[in-house]
Write a protein that binds this ligand. Structure first.
Ligand code: FAD
Length: 320
């Protein structure tokens, strides 16, 4: 269960939602694994979101994420309690930890999944993810090794509605590691995004693509986002052109998002982009090509020149 400074990451609650369904199908218990220092306030939240048991390792070396320390903790727990399935969020931390844990345990890892299910007859996890440049969905089984491991993209699974007051079992696990054994030291922790709205948490996203022509054109996207209090998103081509940062890229090799409102401006709608935003509630697409693929994925489509349409949006929203 990923947490930073004692605050649970939304993807952890989504994993509990997905895990609850798998555990119910298999008729096994669902456990949350919580590593950190002085994070016991999270335990009740994990029960309320579906965990039957919480395995907790509390130690000063775990205060900030370091893969070598976290890996020791998770591997220790897996060897002792032998779970059938082990899930991670496909975040920066989760991707790093899942791969080192899988290597240490000598098992497979299906990374970046967007669907999980169970083959009940064989009690196998069916972990699906986009493959071949996003053109097919591959379902991957881990037949010969345990645990079956998968990392799951944020925003594709749903957390359950929390059940207030639901409780479970707490198992506190000791860890035999000390600071001097570790090769990395945390010198300071810097907040990454300042006042910017984090893409994966945003309710409204204004995303721009190559149709905006240059960095100056892409400023229109940032202006509209500012007026709406939205996060900025970008296609990979806009990122590769240097108009946006990689942290702003939406899609298969960027972030998966599911906001209430998503503007796609000058974005063609390639599958590698849409796979990252198709769970958005409302999609407004602005494109001058009436045949652009993005119109197949949108709620409202505007065929027009972004340089004429977007300034009008900005002016109208400023009046509100
Ligand atoms: P284009 O395809 O060039 O589209 C520009 C659009 O702007 C066109 O539809 C055009 O009609 C429109 N336009 C032009 N001028 C205007 C105007 N004045 N007003 C309005 N509309 C205008 N892409 C991603 O986005 N995210 C990913 O994570 C990603 N991962 C990838 C992974 C792999 C393995 C591969 C092979 C590709 C990946 N891509 C990804 C790239 C993807 O295939 C597309 O190339 C990319 O999404 C296209 O970006 P775009 O829509 O901005 O540009």
């Amino acid at each position: 269960m990923e947490q930073r400074s004692g605050k649970i990451a939304p993807v952890s609650l989504e994993l509990l939602g997905a895990g609850r369904k798998l555990a119910d199908k298999l008729n096994v218990e669902l456990a949350g694994v919580l590593l950190g220092h002085k994070v016991d306030q999270i335990v009740n939240e994990l029960y309320e979101y579906g965990a039957d048991t919480v395995y907790s390792i509390d130690h000063p070396v775990l205060e900030h994420y370091r893969s070598e320390a976290y890996q020791v903790g998770v591997v220790d727990l897996v060897k002792k309690y032998k779970p059938e399935i082990l899930l991670f969020g496909a975040t920066v931390i989760g991707r790093d930890l899942a791969s080192t844990v899988a290597t240490e345990l000598g098992t497979g890892l299906t990374a970046d999944c967007t669907r999980l299910d169970i083959d009940l007859k064989n009690r196998l996890l069916e972990a699906s993810r986009p493959a071949m440049g996003g053109n097919i969905m591959a379902t991957i089984l881990c037949k010969n090794h345990r645990p079956q491991m998968a990392s799951v993209r944020p925003k594709v699974m749903k957390a359950i509605d929390p059940i207030k007051g639901r409780t479970g079992k707490l198992v506190e696990h000791p860890i035999n590691i000390d600071e001097n054994q570790l090769q990395t030291k945390v010198i300071s922790v810097v907040q990454e995004l300042g006042n910017k709205i984090r893409l994966s948490d945003a309710n409204v996203i204004v995303a721009g693509g190559k149709g905006l022509q240059d960095e100056k054109g892409f400023q229109l996207v940032r202006e509209l986002a500012d007026v709406l209090g939205a996060a900025v998103g970008a296609s990979r081509d806009a990122v590769e052109a240097g108009w946006a940062e990689h942290s702003e890229q939406v899609g298969q090799t960027g972030t998966t998002v599911a906001p209430k409102l998503y503007f796609a401006i000058g974005i063609s709608g390639a599958v590698q982009h849409t796979v990252g935003m198709e769970n958005s509630e409302i999609v407004v697409a602005i494109n001058k090509d009436p045949n652009a693929q993005i119109f197949e994925k949108c709620t409202y489509g505007i065929v027009g020149d972004a340089f004429e349409v977007v300034p009008k949006f900005i002016n109208e929203f400023k009046k509100l």
